[in-house]
Design a protein. Sequence first.
Length: 50
Amino acid sequence: MKTNKQQQQEPSPTIDDITKEAKRLYAMGFSLKNAVWLAITTLRGKTKNQ
């Protein structure tokens, strides 16, 4: 069984944060799939760097 230790240690962005960011990117003209993907990766990076 694999356990992902990294995920447990890092604070992950909330669904609300991701939704807000995805909506903002979608409004800027990104496709929905890209907006969601970008929102998730961007917010993951932000929480990691804090």
